[in-house]
Design a protein around this ligand. Sequence first.
Ligand code: NOJ
Length: 970
Amino acid sequence: MKLNNSLRTRTSTLFYLAATASLLAKVGQAVNHANFKTCEQSAFARRHRLFADTMAKKAAEPNNKNAKSSSSSADGSTHSASSPYSVIDSSVHLDGHTVTASVQHEQAQVPLHFEIAFLKSGTVRICVQEVDPLVPRYNEAHKHILRDKGSSLPYASPEDIKMATEAVNGLVTHTVSYVNGSSAFSVRMTENPWTLEYLVNGKPTMQLNTSGLFHFEHLRQRPADGNLDDVDGGWEETFNNWTDHKRRGPESFGLDINFYGFEHVYGIPEHTSPLSLKDTRGGGEGAYNQPYRIYNLDVFNYQLDSPMAIYGSLPFMLAHNAEATVGVFWVNSSETWVDVTRKLNRGGSNQQSVVNTHWFSESGTMDVFLLPGPSTADVYRQYLEISEQTPMPREFALGYHQCRWNYEDQEDVLAVSAKFREHSIPYDVIWLDVEYTVGKRYFTWDYDKFPNPLDMQQELARNGHKLVTISDPHIMVDNDYHIWKEGNENGYFIKNIGGLGNYEASCWPGVSSWVDFLDPAASKWMGAQYGLDKFPESTTDMFVWNDMNEPAVFDGPEHTMDKALIQHGGWEHRDVHNLYGMMQQRSTFEGLLAREPIAMRPFLLSRSFYAGSQRYGAIWTGDNTASWGYLRASIPMLLGNNIAGMHFSGADVGGFFGNPDPELLTRWFQLGAWYPFFRGHAHFNTERREPWIFGEPYVSYIRNAIRERYRLLPHWYTLFRETSLTGMPLIRPMWMNFPAEPDLFAEQDTFMVGSSIMVAAITRPDTSIPVDVLFPGEEPWYDMHTHVAYPAQLATQFVVDLANTLVFARGGSIIPTREQQRQSSAYMKRDPFTLYVYVDQAGFAAGKLYIDDGETYDYQSGAFIERELTFLGSKLVSRASPLTKNTSAYQTFVQRMSGINVERIVVVGLAVAHNVTEAVVVENKTTRTVNVSHSHSSKIVAADTISNNSPCIVICNPAVFIGDDWEISF
Ligand code: NOJ
């Protein structure tokens, strides 16, 4: 649709300039704390913290009269609770897989209904709300977040669940047991006070309400006398100039979940805090005095090392110790906070360390999953049982993305694209920010700047590149703008408080309304706008970026929406705030899926996210800054996202605000090449910083970094396959692969990419400062660039010049690569593979290679090649994975792939006599010989004098087909 110039001038230019100016004014400054609530400024959070303080005080009182118990369970875990909640006599019943109970506060007459259910894998789900709520609470978050809309979760068979009731230390206690294979799970629930303890194989792991912080604000009548002060801030609260009127009054709830025997907890992204979450109640060194906040907000220039909320969130937490990993998934879409405190007990007593966590949410119902592990892989298997997996991405999406606010016009886009070719730097996607539109009216083109978008896309596509255009959820209020007009006519926008009229406020285009994605019809309508018949001059090579979807509202409270606005079904925005971005992603995803005659995997990027977002695409960490601190912070941020299941994540390479110097930009590309999502981006007020801008030597270093990403695309794609099947993170904290090494529990400067590659990030200027690396495990590690070997458990330092990086392969792994350099991943599709075999001390190595067509869903019917590669002695064997089925889809795919071979095998770390010059290849019952050459790595990069030149042999052009079973020995 062409919009005329007069329309464009009617754009709320004044507002836009004002907004931009205020944004610019903040560039390089710290976040404006005054715009965002502290816990003390959020009434329900204040109430829960105050309650926690009161309970702590009572627990500390000698001869505490209020404490109903001070019990010790057999294993030494303590219950210091004086919780005012207890189970109503005789209300505990086991019914199928679920235990139900009624629980009541000692003063309140409103009983609460508890459901405690076992899932097949041992996960326990706990749901709480009033037995008979005065008005319905929002109880649908699970429908948007969980697998199969939460409707058919795999609960354990009733016959496997037993309940026993006894009096333990004078307390009536119900023990619900469930045995699954060799694991015995049991939940021990005391009646008075109500507490719950989860034991795995007899050992306590997670304890609920043992600090007595369970607190459920039952729904109540509005005080008839108009005195709204009965509950502090319960009926209304004011922040800055905003008063939040709460039609249902106070309705929040909170619970303590204590991890017994643990010292470290992780996850609940997205925050800028360290990987191992800090204490949030002050006290210890570096501790915060604010809880971690889970509330999606547009916080540009966000502060580092802070528990403040930013753009996305995912309420999933892991606790890990040397013996076990357990998880908690808190399914609620309203504003939530989490306090973390620890009691470390490393002495010899039978008391163990405990991490106490205190969760509180503003509205909705309580719906918590406890995932018992005991291994990390078990926790992720349990997580996948309830949530949906990260799907296989479009293959091109794993390549490099070049973005900027803005590529000015069509000429600019094509010139940048040509420069990549000129500099022999591969890239896959070029991005257009908001300025391609007519006055920020999404789904329109500014034809003055982009006279022929179709030609532009075709030219990009000819070179194997894709285009992404931005599309935000705010819709400019303008009766001549077809999107606003249709949305308005159909009632698709979020409504004002009270439910009448569209909510209108400011964002990029000026006065805007917001699509109500909670409304299935609105969501479908918006998704349909991506149809080729709807989005003018779009092609199937054009993909989408959903930004500002927390949602950002320039003149709203905390830069977002008033919580009392009304969404579909009459729910307040308060109830569903954290779902907003994810619902926009879902709408876009479904629209992109529907635009193709044959289902092709959509690609889209979102800024906001929540549980469930992993199904729809990638996210990035928003508006970071070009400084070393932000580079360094990107690692724990992305690890946190991965731990919580938001795997496909990246940070703006180069830093969004400010201008990186050549060294910082180079180091950022070197690290960014290991982010799951790899995109360079910059604010419009910055200087150009495409990979070649700083000339030599930087362009060569950056080229090498991007090329390394492309070499390893087969490995990345195989990792996505593993993640989609197992739920294991793509990038992982070191402890995940070395779970019994406590020195690694807080490590965040080195991380694993899958289970084979360790990246030691270089995130400080000055190349003379050495970088510390600890080589974990029991097997040697090999520098992936030099093949120099380092023994396990070596702690050493490296001085690394700007040309180099620290990337190590774990001895015992096989890593597939494609070594031919191309201009985009599209051109690599038929390239041969090189396999790197890094042997362990026993001369063994194993790995996988997964390929499919990279774009359709045919892999779901078996159209993939998945090889299990094993090396032992002097023989490399390729076998089909057990998931390979000889279906017709498989056969057709294998046929299509025929001719794609292994062109080289490099075996690193194996001492082989130099007179071995041939290898024997057995494929399809035929035998042939190929040449073998020998080399030694020569470069030593360690600061000390470790001389571990690895022997290295190369099997030259074995030409085995990637889809065949074969063996190669020498
Ligand atoms: C905010 C986003 O975080 C940023 O990446 C983008 O460039 C601007 N919005 C303009 O669309």
